[in-house]
Write a protein that binds this ligand. Sequence first.
Ligand code: GAP
Length: 514
Amino acid sequence: MEKVVSLCKRRGFIFQSSEIYGGLASAWDYGPLGAELKRNVKNAWWKAVVHERDDMVGLDASILMHPQVWKASGHTDNFSDPFIKCSACSRYYRLDKVWDEITDSPWFASVKKMVERAKDMSDLLKWAQTNGKNLCPNLAVVKEPEVTISWLVDSKISWGRVVLNEKDFICRLATDSNGIARTPCPQCGNALPDKGVAANLMLKTYLGPVEDTADAVYLRPETAQGIFVNFLNILDTTHRKLPFGVAQIGKSFRNEITPGNYTFRTREFEQMEIEYFTHPAEAEKSHQEWIDQRFSWYIRLGMKKENLRLRPHGADELAHYAKGCTDIEYNFPFGWSELEGIANRTDFDLKQHSQHSGKDLRYQDLVTNERIFPFIIEPSGGVDRATLAFLVDAYHEETVNDATRVVLRLSKELAPIKVAVLPLLKKNDGIVELAKRIKKDLQKEFVTVYDDTAAIGKLYRRQDEVGTFFCVTVDVQSLEDTQVTVRDRDTMAQERIPIENLRKYLTEKFCGFN
Ligand code: GAP
């Protein structure tokens, strides 16, 4: 992950937001190459789910919506993650995720190692005075070892193998002065409060210049609602029959309690969502079809199949509106994590909006005259997460002539730059002029760059590490035989191609686009 993050900064894929002011936590800006890559991800999605299908249309709804939308959708009442705050280090944790963070923490790993080797309590005391002091200074056993260990003596611990379960044992290390075992802070070890505070995750803002008199509205937490509230407009203007779907790409905002893992979880992010309206009797079939299609989309765009998996949700995980949901997960360096969720939202949304708006959002079958609330299948993915997964998946290192070559093996469709034109000698006016002319011609068709700021070997490496598909090199001989060398990014094979055939040659190479 560190290597990918460093490449992204060094080569202008992703920058920290507001960096010159010290940065804004968990907010990221896409640089010149990142903007191209992200645009390619979105275009590939739009092409696959709108242009290449007969049953889909697009929409671009507003981010700000009537506050009643969020009442009807359930977000005003249900969209919250209870959280807890550490009173010592002021960090926030999601109540349902705090143990994941504890078990991922350096001090937990250190305690575990100590326990495995310890012979008796004196090893715990030693640990508290050394590693514990450095890693979790506010853990009770570190602050007051004698008192805390005295609580432990009562419990049945056989050293080298703690008989208590791991969670109980860790809580006892955080025992408070009343002898009550507590959950420790994953960061500093301080005892955390027992109860979480519910916080609505929607970001509030105001419509109108004077805050006192302005109306409070929310920045949308999902793009989906823009589709539901336009259901009638889309039906009336496109005369679609079931089943059909609406696709939308746009920004969403959530006041996440624990954003992190680079661009994986942020407070401002972009979603690519489909709401597919189907007859209730067809919903299960449609759900499975979308799961299959969305899974194969990532593979078609070059992602390694072994890094992807499907994970059906357990009943306790389902959102309040969903009857079923399957996540597509990617094996990120920080573990398997959700890329996209494909949910069966039933008729919940259209019924809710009918009730709250007073408008009849039922669909009328013109043949049978049946009026029904269609079921909705929702494949909902994150643009930023997909972009990050494509970057991680494409990152490749190999040894060439005893040196490390970094190659971003992005697919032809996703690579931010398709062709780089490189003059072999930047001081030779003839070569430079010809190279610039070739670049001008190619850029009408492909994203093309010209670079003469280093020796050719270095220029190749620079293009490899950003995923540029082909390098076209213009040399002295090109001035005589009007041919150039075309180098393939992955094989590094080189071919002499007549300049007059170059566009056709590259077009044929790129026509493997899906
Ligand atoms: N309309 C359904 C919905 O919004 P979700 O699982 O909350 O479902 C869908 O979000 C997708 O949006 C996720 O699979 C993820 O790719 C992306 N996403 C959600 N929250 C995100 C965040 N805080 N940062 C980046 N991407 C996020």
